[in-house]
Design a protein around this ligand. Structure first.
Ligand SMILES: *Cc1c(COP(=O)(O)O)cnc(C)c1O
Length: 449
């Protein structure tokens, strides 16, 4: 069969409020042309992020009711612990309220002034937590990973030659751990190959450095290994996942991604000494070690999500539907980051709108136009977000898990193609209010005449 169906039925629905272009012109004007300022019910298809936006299954909702809210040693904690150990068999498993809480605790223990932490590409909260501890965050992704048009099956790979050179120049005493992010979110959701993880782990062993995986999209990464890497097509996703983590000494996890829940995270460590320090910090900032900032019901939902995410028919639908969106718009000429990653499609606004200079925010103009044309909310990742440090002008369309059907995606495709046909009419934008930090969240804009 050519058609890949959504491998689930809909049991509970959430109506979408329909709006017209005229309505949306008013809404976005009131929001000062900032999509973060819009009330979410004025959005038709919300592709702002895939984080915490998953639809939970009926089993997960049943788990919510079963959640044991005992302060210490709840049944839900042990269920969570078993589910994590099954695929990420580390000695210490510490629940946190989000991925960044796991990062904050980890780098409070191992970071600090004078330390350097290499990664393929640090995600922004990871980088922020490394730097907040006083340490330096170093990105060592392969060159192909930095070129939006370059085709490579594993653009998230770490450059192992650069890693070894970095270790020799920095000195192992200044490197508390090596990290690798699967999939590489900041690099466009691009996967890392098993071969690369194995090579990085070899280097870590050679220099006696722990390897910590940023595991947020571990299942999507495992599926890419299965379909793209030689020797893995007959292996189960669970076996691939277990092999990935067998090379590591710990991981940080945002359950808001591949654990299919709306809140949660955890930190895994083999090093007992680090884990003791981490639990002490956990008690101060998150909670007792058997709930760590989450309700028992959240732990229950994570445990079930971690089982469901390994289903191959789910992953096939997930990866294929993201690719389908990218393929269809690219076929009509819309420039995108290639190949399409696991969780999002990135439109190259600079290539699409060459008449808008980067200081007039082509990505913002395109993101606003997608909203005006079809009520779609994406996210500018370019000069508005990063200022002069921006390397590309992208609009990210992140796909929530199990939320939208193929007809929603076909609608998104139609809207993007309409905008593309009228691309020459899009105008540049300028700030009417420019905040000092994290300006994309609260900036205000108007069109340049
Ligand atoms: C989302 C994310 C995080 C942070 O997790 P939160 O749950 O949002 O705090 C860390 N790393 C990567 C790769 C992510 O995608």
């Amino acid at each position: 069969m050519k058609t890949i169906i959504e491998p689930f039925r809909i049991k509970s629905v959430e109506p979408i409020k329909m709006t017209t272009r005229k309505d949306r012109e008013e809404y976005i004007r009131v929001a000062n042309y900032n999509l973060f300022s819009l009330h979410a019910d004025l959005v038709l298809i919300d592709l702002l992020t895939d984080s915490g936006t998953s639809a939970m299954s009926s089993e997960q909702w049943a788990g919510i009711l079963r959640g044991d809210e005992s302060y210490a040693g709840s049944k839900s904690f042990y269920r969570f612990h078993r589910a994590v150990s099954e695929i990420m068999p580390f000695d210490n498993i510490i629940p946190t309220h989000q991925g960044r809480a796991a990062e904050k605790i980890l780098f409070s223990v191992i970071g600090g002034e004078g330390k350097k932490i290499p990664n393929n590409t640090h995600f922004d909260t990871t980088r922020a937590n490394v730097e907040f501890s006083g340490a330096e965050a170093v990105d060592l992704v392969i060159e192909e990973g930095k070129d939006p048009q370059k085709l490579h099956p594993f653009k998230g790979n770490m450059d192992v030659l650069k890693l070894e050179k970095f270790i020799n120049e920095t000195g192992t005493e200044n490197i508390p751990c090596v990290m690798i992010t699967i999939t590489n979110n900041s690099g466009g959701g691009q996967p890392v190959s098993m071969e690369n993880i194995r090579e990085v782990s070899h280097i870590c062993k050679k220099y006696d450095l722990p390897l910590i995986i940023d595991a947020c999209r571990f299942a999507e990464n495992a599926y890419f290994i299965k379909i793209r890497e030689e020797g893995y097509s007959n292996k189960s996703i669970k076996d691939i996942v277990r092999e990935i983590f067998s090379y590591a000494d710990g991981c940080t996890m945002s359950a808001k991604k591949d654990a299919l829940v709306n809140i949660g995270g955890y930190l895994c460590l083999n090093n007992d000494d680090w884990a003791t320090q981490a639990r002490n910090l956990l008690i101060i900032t998150e909670g007792f070690p058997t709930y760590g900032g989450l309700a028992g019901r959240d732990l229950e939902a994570i445990a079930i999500g971690l089982e469901e995410i390994l289903h191959e028919d789910y992953l096939q639908y997930r990866i294929r539907s993201t690719e389908y969106l990218g393929e269809k718009i690219n076929a009509e000429g819309v420039p995108i980051v290639l190949p399409v990653g696991g969780h999002a499609v990135y439109i190259d606004a600079k290539a699409m709108l060459p008449h808008i200079p980067t200081e007039q925010f082509p990505g913002q103009s395109l993101a606003v136009e997608l909203y005006l044309e079809g009520g779609i909310r994406g996210c500018e990742i370019g000069t508005v977000m990063f200022g002069e440090a921006a390397q590309m002008e992208l609009v990210r369309l992140a796909i929530p898990r199990r939320v939208y059907t193929q007809s929603h995606i076909d609608y998104v495709i139609e809207v993007i193609i309409n905008v593309y046909k009228n691309k020459d009419k899009l105008k540049g934008m300028k700030f009417t209010y420019e905040p000092e930090v994290l300006r994309h969240f609260t900036a205000q804009f108007e069109y340049v005449d």
